[in-house]
Every structure is written in structure tokens, then in C-alpha cells.
Write a protein that binds this ligand. Structure first.
Ligand code: B12
Ligand code: SF4
Length: 550
């Protein structure tokens, strides 16, 4: 007779962690007890230990999806053992799926790795542990046995996504960008599955198809519940790629979700969406369909704005596709943000300069730039190993760029833009958030103040971006000129000073939007929310009034 098992799931919760929350719902649906506890920073270790002592789970299941967090999780799990926990510890997610051997060889605290999608084996594992049965029949499991590793056969098929319960949500919804906020996924996998730096293709490699979709009605049902029961108004689709392989399929999918939401009586004007998309399928019809659904922001997969860079990153997109996507999305009023992986193994100085020129052409779009990082399972990992440029240490490998001048530029980037005390990352992160925030406010709190703030946000982003474009070019010149420590320090000081100044400006705009949203939410209660922006009340709340709308 199977005993009901107690499972405690741990994962980074910068926002609701859909992996552990989905697995928690799945376990509960099959009669087990499951709870989640967040671990995003080492400072939260004490709270995790307390929770383990209180709950005394049979199984501790940790999501180590992020390779960059692996060491923090290993430290935590060692501390858990040192604290006296004797139950079973299993880890899962992207990184352990590929690095299971090394994890089990080096991490004595960890008993097993459950590879690929966790639903395939988590229930069997919980049952086996709770009833003291053998682990032999648990699919996808790798564990220590007889001084060796036992690798059970894996199930290589997508779960029936519509058959899965919705993720267990926190009691109170998150607040992001001044709204009640939730994330969700409407698919698993990616139809492109080929990008150099990405492990999603490898994660689903052995399956018959590259991706699986939930039905539009299942997606709409989850959104409707979040909206009605939790008052969620802002939703972020965490699908790697919300758009499908052709514009026609994508438009059909978006229209289906919209129709299903309407069928459920959801007031679409009260919802705003953020999505991620590859540029190649975004045309005017897709942009219009997205806007019609209520999308306000798109994180567009630009990644590199040169033909050679796009080829090197195996993006399968050309520059004209990127230009078209940007033009269509902005024409339909969507806020677009993007990232540029200017540093990759074969990057050249000319390529980086061409990327900077791309930024200059659209200074009002929030962006960030960096290096393609190695994650386990990615083609990049294989490339740097075969080229002999991998260096550093597991689990966070480093690599050398082939062009020595580009490598020097990257080293300067690492010690200045990305230096330990740098404000750069915080600023660019804040500007991306600010741009989505302004777009959400324009949709959910439309009015003259919202428009005026959005204009101020665009102005700040443009000023910051043009400044950064100059600094990136200066960094390239420093690298070419073999600049010494003193010049690099002077460069850094100027960079940090301006970052701090822009951060203060960004914070002021963020606060102003939050005040506007708070005021409108209060007036909404009385059904007179338009008073805030249309009557001379905005000033009372410290919000600019702006010009009357045409
Ligand atoms: C949401 C998300 C985020 C959120 C994180 C939210 C949070 N948890 O707090 C944000 C936006 C903050 C984020 C940031 C980053 N992310 Co991210 N992110 C994702 C994304 C798009 C979706 C994850 C998700 O919710 N999926 C839905 C759930 C249901 O699926 P799942 O996570 O795959 O979980 C299933 C299985 O993996 C498995 N599983 C997972 N955990 C466990 C645990 C156990 C015990 C078991 C048995 C099974 C299991 O079972 C689950 C159910 O089937 C994934 C891509 C992806 N498609 O998964 C990237 C991804 C996880 N992120 C990635 C990266 C690189 C990052 C960043 C480093 C990016 C950056 N340069 O800053 C940062 C680091 C974040 C950090 N915490 O430090 C990589 C990870 C690669 C790696 N091995 O390191 C991914 C895979 C994207 C990619 N294409 O490469 N990210
Ligand atoms: S980066 Fe995005 S488009 Fe490229 S393979 Fe990964 S999920 Fe697919």
C-alpha cells in the first residue's frame, strides 16, 4: 500500500517558480503532501532549514535550473545535511539534467537527480522513498547504487500539458510594476531549438516533436482564474518563444486565446501581457494580434544585429526580419526591449561596432548587452570545448574569445560595466522594467498623465542608451589602445557616476507611476478613476498632469 509522502520543493523565487509550483500541484493531485519554499539568495538558507525542521519531509526536491546558482544550492544542501536532515534529496531542472554524473560524483549531500520534465518521475520517487521501496522503477532517475551510478530509463515524450494541474500559486499574488502580477507558460520547448547558447533544444532533444502547446482554452482558464480569484491584471508569458513557426499559426493561436478569454467573460481591457518572441515571425498581422490581445511589452530576441553575429549564434533570423519585427511592434504601440550578445567566441570589433550603431538607431528601446554564456547542454559548450577555449571551473565555466582585442574589450567590460560594485546592470534592468511599466500604465490607466510619464520614460531611456553607446565605443577604443589600469579606472568612474544619476531619475519616474496607479486603484472603488488624470487632481498625488488627449 503506497504511503502519502511529504515533499518539500525548493527553488529560486524571484517570482513564483513555475517549476516547483507545477510539481507541487502535480504531487498534491496524486494524493501527496507538497509545499514550496523559495531560495533565491544564500541569505535565505536559515529560513529553508527552519522549514525543513518544521515539515520533516520524506523528500527534499530542489530545482537547480540555473547553472549560475548551482554552487549556492550545493552549499545549501550541504548545510541541510549538516543540520541533521536524513531524508532523500533529489535535484532536477536544466543544469542537473545534463550534469547529473558530476553532481552525484561531487555532491555527497544529494541522493539523486531526476532528469528532464519532473512529472515523469516525481510521484514514483516520492512513493518509493516514503514506502522504502527500490528506486529502480522511477523513470528518469539517476542515483548511487553499489558504488556506482544507476541510470533508470528516461521517458522522452512531452507531458499532456492540458492534463496537468495549474501551478500552485502563492496565497497573495505578487506585485510587479504596480499591478497584481503572475507568470505562466503556454508551451514547453521551442520550435527553433538551435541557438548556440541555449539548452532548450537539448532538453527536449529526444522527443518526437520540438515543442508542445497547451490548448487555448486551458491557457485562458488559468488566466481567468488568476484574474478573478487573485485580481491579477499583468501577466507575463514565460514561454521561451510565445510566437509559433509562422505568422498565420501565431495569429490563430493569439486569436484563440483571446476568444477563449472573452467566452469566459474576462474584461480584456483590464489585462495586460508581456511576452518573449523571436523576430522572424513577427509581421504586421502578428503585431496587431498581440496588441489586440492586450500585450504591452515584447522582449524581442534580437541577440545580435549583424549577419555574421546572427550566423555565429545560429539564430536562424536575418537582419531584415529583426528590422521588420521592430517596425511592426512599435507601430502597434508595443514596448520592445532586447538583448545583444555582442561577445561570442568569434565576435569581431567591427561586429560589435555595428551592434552599437543598431542601438543608436533606436535609442528609445531599452536594451542590454553581454556575452553568450556557457550552459550545460548548449551547443556553445561543445564549441568551446572543441576549440580548446573553455577555461575556469565547473559549474560556472568561462571561455576565451578568439580575437585577442575583443577579449581585452570583454575584460574591460567585466571590470567596469559588470564590475562588482557597478550600477550598470541595475540601471539597464531598471530601464527595461520602466519601459514595460510605462506601457502597462498606458494600457491599464490610460490618460493624459500616463502619456506624459511614458514620454518622460522614453526620453530617459534614449539619453541613457546614447550615453551607453558612447561608452561601449570608448571601451572598444581602450581595448585597441592597450589602455592601462588608470585609464580604465577613469572610464569606470565616469560610467558609474552617470549610471547613479540615471538610476535616481528612473526611480523618480517609477515612484510617480506607482502613485498614479495607487490613486487610480482607490478612485476605481468609487467608479471615478478618470478623475485622477482628467481633473486637476494629479498634482495632489505628485503625478504630472500632461496635455489633454486629442
Ligand atoms: C522563468 C525563467 C526565468 C525567471 C526566473 C523566475 C524564478 N524562478 O524566480 C527569470 C526571468 C528571473 C530568469 C532569469 C534567469 N534565467 Co531564466 N528562465 C526562465 C524560463 C523562461 C522559464 C522557466 C519556467 O518557469 N518554466 C516552466 C516550468 C514548468 O518548466 P521548467 O522550469 O523546465 O521545469 C520543469 C523541468 O525542468 C523539471 N524541473 C525543474 N526543476 C525541477 C526540480 C526537481 C526536483 C525536479 C524533479 C524536476 C525539475 O520539471 C519541471 C516540470 O516539468 C526558462 C526557460 C524554460 N523554458 O524553462 C529560462 C532558463 C531557466 N533561464 C535561464 C537563464 C540562463 C537565466 C539567467 C541566468 C539569465 C541571465 N543571463 O540573467 C537568469 C538567472 C536567474 C537567477 N535566478 O539567477 C536558462 C537556464 C540555463 C542554465 N542551465 O543555467 C533557461 C533554461 C533559458 C534558456 N533558454 O537557456 N529566468
Ligand atoms: S534561445 Fe529561444 S529561440 Fe533560440 S533555441 Fe532557445 S528557446 Fe529557442
Amino acid at each position: 500500500m503506497d504511503r502519502c509522502a511529504k515533499v518539500l520543493l525548493i527553488g529560486a523565487e524571484d517570482e513564483e517558480n513555475l517549476a516547483i509550483r507545477s510539481l507541487s500541484a502535480f504531487l498534491i493531485g496524486r494524493g501527496h503532501q507538497a509545499r514550496v519554499v523559495g531560495f533565491s539568495r544564500p541569505g535565505q538558507a536559515a529560513a529553508v532549514l527552519t522549514e525543513i525542521r518544521r515539515r520533516r519531509p520524506d523528500v527534499l526536491a530542489a530545482s537547480v535550473a540555473f547553472q549560475c546558482k548551482a554552487d549556492a544550492f550545493f552549499d545549501l544542501l550541504r548545510a541541510v545535511r549538516a543540520d541533521g536532515f536524513r531524508g532523500h534529496i533529489v535535484v532536477g531542472g536544466h543544469f542537473p539534467t545534463f550534469e547529473y554524473r558530476r553532481i552525484l560524483q561531487t555532491q555527497a549531500a544529494i541522493d539523486s537527480v531526476l532528469r528532464y520534465e519532473g512529472e515523469h518521475g516525481i510521484v514514483q520517487l516520492a512513493q518509493a522513498v516514503a514506502s522504502g521501496a527500490s528506486l529502480q522503477a522511477v523513470p528518469n532517475l539517476v542515483y548511487r547504487a553499489n558504488g556506482d551510478l544507476a541510470e533508470n530509463p528516461c521517458v522522452h515524450a512531452f507531458m499532456d500539458l492540458d492534463g496537468l494541474p495549474f501551478p500552485r500559486r502563492a496565497k497573495r499574488p505578487l506585485r510587479r510594476l504596480g499591478e497584481r502580477f503572475a507568470t505562466l507558460v503556454s508551451s514547453r520547448g521551442c520550435w527553433h531549438s538551435s541557438c548556440l547558447y541555449c539548452c532548450i533544444g537539448a532538453f527536449h532533444h529526444e522527443k518526437a516533436g520540438r515543442f508542445a502547446l497547451r490548448s487555448a482554452s486551458s491557457v485562458a482558464e488559468e488566466i481567468a482564474i488568476l484574474h478573478r480569484q487573485k485580481g491579477v491584471t499583468l501577466l507575463q508569458f514565460h514561454d521561451d518563444n510565445f510566437v509559433l513557426a509562422t505568422p498565420e499559426l501565431t495569429c490563430g493561436r493569439i486569436r484563440d486565446i483571446r476568444r477563449e478569454l472573452q467566452t469566459r467573460g474576462v474584461d480584456m481591457a483590464r489585462l495586460a501581457f508581456l511576452i518573449k518572441a523571436r523576430p522572424d515571425v513577427v509581421d504586421d498581422a502578428v503585431a496587431a494580434a498581440l496588441a489586440d490581445l492586450g500585450s504591452v511589452g515584447v522582449f524581442l530576441g534580437v541577440e545580435n544585429a549583424t549577419p555574421s553575429g546572427l550566423r555565429a549564434l545560429c539564430r536562424g533570423v536575418d537582419l531584415s526580419g529583426i528590422e521588420r519585427a521592430l517596425a511592426c511592434l512599435t507601430r502597434h504601440g508595443l514596448a520592445v526591449t532586447y538583448n545583444l550578445l555582442v561577445f561570442h567566441p568569434h565576435a569581431t570589433m567591427d561586429e560589435i561596432r555595428a551592434n552599437v550603431a543598431f542601438v543608436r538607431k533606436r535609442p528609445e528601446l531599452a536594451f542590454d548587452f553581454g556575452r553568450a554564456e556557457i550552459v550545460a547542454g548548449s551547443p556553445l559548450e561543445r564549441l568551446v570545448v572543441s576549440e580548446g577555449t573553455r577555461c575556469g571551473q565547473w559549474p560556472m565555466w568561462d571561455y576565451r574569445l578568439l580575437d585577442p582585442v575583443v577579449q581585452r574589450a570583454f575584460d574591460i567590460n567585466r571590470s567596469t560595466f559588470r564590475g562588482e560594485y557597478s550600477h550598470y546592470s541595475a540601471l539597464m534592468h531598471e530601464l527595461i522594467a520602466l519601459c514595460y511599466h510605462a506601457a502597462a500604465v498606458r494600457r491599464l490607466h490610460a490618460g493624459r498623465s500616463a502619456e506624459a510619464i511614458a514620454a518622460a520614460v522614453a526620453e530617459l531611456i534614449a539619453a541613457a542608451n546614447l550615453f551607453m553607446a558612447d561608452r561601449i565605443e570608448e571601451m572598444l577604443a581602450l581595448a585597441e589602445g592597450h589602455a592601462g589600469e588608470v585609464s580604465i579606472q577613469a572610464f569606470d568612474q565616469a560610467l558609474q557616476g552617470r549610471c547613479r544619476q540615471h538610476l535616481r531619475q528612473a526611480d523618480a519616474l517609477r515612484q510617480e507611476m506607482l502613485r498614479l496607479q495607487a490613486a487610480e486603484h482607490v478612485f476605481d472603488w468609487f467608479g471615478i478613476r478618470s478623475m485622477v488624470q482628467e481633473w486637476p487632481l494629479a498634482g495632489l498625488f505628485g503625478v504630472r498632469r500632461g496635455r489633454a488627449l486629442a
